[in-house]
Design a protein. Structure first.
Length: 282
């Protein structure tokens, strides 16, 4: 049976690759500068992660109303993320389709990497279906349909070209350090960071480990391989409601926000006041 993103997109194990995807994004200097100057990743990492996951889950599993809401949130968050070229560095814009394509590409390649480690390589039909499904994450925003590489082979060429040119700049390194070595976040979050940092390092190309100052050696490599073998033996045996629990929770929270927004809009219309919307930025 051919499976696509609807079968795999809600798997909680995807969180194991969250750090990899983010550091790959930050290794693009324009993304790194934009995040440092306009985002609050270091101060609110959980909220930012929830926003990204809610967007992905809504695009894949959500109703038309949920999709409309997450697109509104992301577009609103992207409005101020821009800077013109200057003498010191080139400018950037969160609406740049090339940068958005790179962000979606990191999400796809990370999901593919994690799923293959946990479930093994899929058959070609399943891999093709999942690849085409991921195009929706970009085209739901500003990535033109024609920009998404037409097949997995074309994506592989695009990916290799991009990774070969990546070099984390000072801004991206500072943001990554704040995320990987947090000081002002909840204790529970700081407790889970060491294993998350270890998985992130294991999933990154060696050159980017060096850029971001993540130590690695043969002992860590053996430990990483053992960890992934253990996860591949145990995770698929968990009940689906456990594996997809985070997806179900975040979509339920999104519905609550939509309902609150609707009530607030109706109330403010009666009172003659401007409407205010709830929601976590993506």
């Amino acid at each position: 049976m051919v499976r696509g993103m609807a079968d795999y997109g809600g798997e909680g194990i995807m969180l194991a690759g969250a750090g990899r995807a983010l550091l790959l994004q930050l290794a693009n200097p324009a993304v790194g500068r934009g995040v440092e100057e306009h985002s609050n990743f270091e101060g609110r990492p959980v909220n930012r992660l929830k926003g990204t996951l809610t967007y992905v889950y809504a695009i894949v599993y959500g109703t038309d109303e949920q999709v409309k809401e997450v697109r509104r949130r992301v577009n609103r968050a992207h409005v101020p993320v821009r800077r013109p070229d200057n003498a010191d560095s080139p400018g950037y814009s969160a609406y740049d389709p090339e940068l958005q394509l790179w962000v979606v590409a990191t999400l796809y390649d990370t999901a593919r990497t994690i799923l293959e480690m946990i479930y093994g390589a899929p058959d070609d039909d399943t891999a093709d279906a999942m690849y085409q499904d991921y195009a929706r994450l970009g085209t739901a925003l500003q990535v033109p349909e024609g920009m998404w590489p037409e097949d997995r082979a074309a994506f592989g060429r695009y990916w290799d070209q991009q990774v070969a040119t990546l070099q984390a700049g000072p801004a991206g390194i500072r943001v990554a350090h704040g995320l990987l070595y947090p000081k002002h976040t909840a204790l529970w979050y700081r407790a889970i960071i060491p294993p998350a940092r270890f998985l992130t390092a294991g999933l990154l190309p060696e050159r980017l480990r060096q850029d971001f100052g993540l130590p690695w050696n043969e002992r860590r490599e053996r430990r990483f391989s053992s960890t992934m073998r253990l996860l591949s033996a145990t995770y698929p045996k968990l009940p689906r409601q456990v594996r997809h629990g985070l997806k179900d929770y975040l979509l339920a929270e999104l519905d609550k926000d939509i309902q609150r927004n609707r009530r607030d809009i109706q109330r403010n219309r009666k009172d003659g006041r401007p409407a205010k919307r709830q929601g976590v930025s993506a």
